[in-house]
Design a protein around this ligand. Sequence first.
Ligand code: C5P
Length: 210
Amino acid sequence: MKFTVAIDGPAASGKGTIARAIAEKFGFAHLDTGLLYRAVGRRTMDQGRGVVDEGVAILVAKELRPEDLKRPDLRGSLASKAASRVAAIPEVREALLKFQRDFAAQEGGAVLDGRDIGTVICPKAEVKLFVTATEETRAQRRHAELTAKGEKRTLEMVLFDLKARDARDAGRDTAPLAAAEDALLLDTTEMSIEEATAAAFAAVQEKLRD
Ligand code: C5P
């Protein structure tokens, strides 16, 4: 059986949590596509001694290795920034396209979360969700996450970075962050994790019954 769930949304909207919950409940494989861009961004920075060079990023994306995704420093704020820089380079996105499409088409079902899954990577996905929340709520979630990891950043700094990243992701020319026309909108601002996952499960169940 082939069945694809495409989940898009801005940073810290809850899309990753929802994607993992769907994968576990329905036995689907899960790909956090943000991790691909984080890994490319981080290696590009290493090779450019802290600078994101376009040519280096393209080479890194073409030669991305599975072990690059296992680095422990991919969730930090440096990797977030580097990711959204390299993600604006069309050749980087092109280099990562086939891997994502092959992953989505695997037998047994797949759920992918990112920014352009429902619009570019899997426009024919059986289920499309666009998960969002207010900037303040997302910044609070991200701040709690970073604090738990030992990063000392104020809520204001996190909110500033998050707004800058959203603006870069939504404003780029290639595959900008956007909701697909046929995506179900899920605003998690006032929702518990249980409520948000229940709404997502219902959308998947309905399509599986069709
Ligand atoms: O989802 P996450 O915050 O880990 O993504 C990190 C960055 O990778 C995003 O800010 C975005 O620039 C980029 N990204 C993307 N397309 C995707 C997934 C992530 O451009 N499908």
